[in-house]
Design a protein around this ligand. Structure first.
Ligand code: FES
Ligand SMILES: [Fe+2]
Length: 445
């Protein structure tokens, strides 16, 4: 059967043919019409992560972001209200804001000088008289996401008027987001450091696939693990060597969200002791030993390690270690992937300095391995159409899935449970036509 044709009629059956519980058709990663469908059904139809509130803490702050492939400006207005505005002038379509972030009460389009307030309203039109008396500024407000909601500082938006609220969407994942946020201690998470950016020639899902893949680690990251073993006798992540024999599991949290939990192995017996060598490690240990009572020393050292969680919030937010990783699809074979470092409010500065060394470690030494494989997969999927399928069947017949509390299901950490779980959600969303709207007040252009 020609799958390329089968997907274009977009019946429910067509989606069930291209994605099953054991395999995925290459067109899902390589067909531009499926990508366009995703930009509506998924990246407009469900909640998409944009930024953390601490990136725009003050009135009139803004940062550019993407809602799927749509460029947006996330603003705080003078009253601290959040807005997600389409970064597209209502005059002729030009990108209005060409800065990444900053402070602005208004945005002036560089082309003909139309000026918009940071809540999206059109304020000024040069030579307005030439448009006649009937000209209505209200009709020319910037497009906007009709729904914007935050969960503990994480800001999401959707263009779907009828999407369930954000808390319902996050569902069982909320419990683990809370754990992720609270594990380091302190008074709250802050995202204000610069970011580690990748512009990758791959479909966005290859990144999401990998985020719950406990199978690849000893192979893809062999050089990192071997270097650590040769120089320092082992350490962080060596428990992935024979991962199915470890206590690590992968969890299906529902709604496409998943988790790999490394914490039991990582804290056995001490996460700090397993950490790879880092600049400043001995100084930090010396300082903690000198300043902290004996019974607080180990927990203080552990504040500087990673979270031991890979918490994947479908479709574009990955909480890995202490970093916030964001997936922004540009086209079927092109994606921006950004790692944002985090610090903690209300902790000793040396804890944050050590956390930063940890956050420099894997994105530099490990993520490059993954990035090379994402692009190599895209190459293979794009260039040989006769070879049609990707396999997602690992542990499907081994009877190793386990029912956990509240409907959560877990499997061995090398299982493809993560892929099967999120592709089930992907198919649910692809089968419905969401009520997408960028002009919620009905101010049609
Ligand atoms: S395109 Fe923006 S003012 Fe003309
Ligand atoms: Fe990896």
């Amino acid at each position: 059967m020609n799958m390329e044709l089968a997907t274009t009629d977009r019946t429910d059956g067509a989606w069930d043919q291209v994605v099953t519980d054991t395999r995925v058709h290459r067109s899902v990663y390589a067909d531009p019409s499926i990508f366009q469908h995703e930009m509506a059904s998924i990246f407009a139809g469900t909640w998409v992560y944009l930024l953390h509130e601490s990136e725009i803490p003050n009135a009139n702050d803004f940062r550019a972001a993407r809602l799927g492939s749509r460029p947006v400006i996330v603003t705080r207005d003078a009253k601290n209200q959040l807005h997600v505005l389409m970064n597209r002038c209502t005059h002729r379509g030009a990108t209005i804001c060409r800065e990444k972030s900053g402070q602005a009460a208004t945005f002036t389009c560089p082309y003909h000088g139309w000026r918009f307030k940071n809540d999206g309203k059109l304020m000024g039109v040069p030579g307005r008289d030439a448009y006649g008396n009937a000209f209505s500024r209200d009709r020319f407000s910037l497009g906007r996401a009709p729904r914007v909601e935050s969960y503990r500082g994480f800001v999401f938006a959707t263009l779907n008027q009828e999407a369930p609220d954000l808390e319902t969407h996050l569902g069982q994942a909320r419990f683990f987001i809370d754990q992720w946020l609270d594990q380091g201690g302190g008074d709250g998470l802050v995202v204000q450091s610069s970011a580690h950016r990748f512009h990758l020639k791959c479909n966005w899902k290859l990144i999401f696939d990998n985020a719950g893949d406990g199978y690849h680690v000893p192979f893809s990251h062999q050089s990192l693990l071997k270097m650590t073993a040769d120089r320092y006798g082992g350490g962080d992540m060596t428990y992935f060597g024979d991962a199915d024999k470890s206590s690590m599991r992968v969890y299906d949290l529902g709604n496409g969200h998943t988790l790999i939990d490394q914490r039991e192995e990582m804290y056995n017996p001490s996460a700090w002791k397993q950490q790879r060598p880092q600049p400043g490690r001995e100084t930090f240990e010396g300082s903690v030993a000198a300043r902290k009572p004996q019974d607080e020393q180990s927990s203080t050292l552990d504040m500087a390690v990673g979270s031991g969680m890979n918490l994947n919030i479908f479709p574009n937010l990955l909480l890995i270690g202490n970093q916030i990783q964001v997936i922004e699809p540009l086209s079927v074979g092109e994606t921006i992937l950004t790692w944002y470092a985090t610090t903690l409010d209300g902790v000793d500065e040396e804890v944050n300095v050590m956390r930063m060394r940890t956050q420099e470690d894997f994105p530099i030494l490990g993520e490059t391995d993954d990035a090379a494989n994402f692009e190599a997969c895209q190459q293979g999927l794009m260039s040989i159409p006769e070879e049609e399928w990707v396999d997602i069947s690992r542990h499907v017949t081994t009877n190793t899935d386990r029912a956990e509390r509240d409907g959560i299901v877990s499997g061995p950490v090398t299982s493809d449970l993560h892929l099967r779980a999120y592709f089930r959600r992907w198919k649910e969303l692809m089968k419905v036509k969401p009520n997408i709207q960028t002009r919620p007040e009905g101010d049609a252009q």
